[in-house]
Design a protein around this ligand. Sequence first.
Ligand SMILES: [Zn+2]
Length: 151
Amino acid sequence: MTTSVPRPGGVSTPATEPYWHAAAKGRLQVQKCGSCGHVQHYPRTMCSTCWSEDLQLVDAAGTGSIFTYTVVHQPGHPAWRPQTPYVLALIQLDEGPRMMSNIVDVPVDQITVGARVHLTPTPAADSGPPTLVFTLTNPAATPTAPPESPG
Ligand SMILES: [Zn+2]
């Protein structure tokens, strides 16, 4: 008998509630400091550069590149076991900050550090709000058979 384990959800605080509200609609947001212009992700109550509390959530383009990644075969929580193996990546957003997410819909052997990615909000397996995951922008062409060697 197989039982499913519910996935832990995001933790909502007054600082993160608007972020999760946008995420539930498939939108990725970053915080921009009104004092120094620094852009940060995840949302928090103070700018991590100048400590100003003058922060605005703004929509991110949802584009970036893979800073680093790993292929997870043993998840840290049993709720993700059915998805193994999956790719957990640190993504360098074009706005500046880095965020942790998954790379989906592409064979693991096509993923490389520096590859361009874009947001592809995906419905949660438990029919909850979409998860903000990424996929390759220019996946490698399907490998073709090597040319036959002459005679
Ligand atoms: Zn600042």
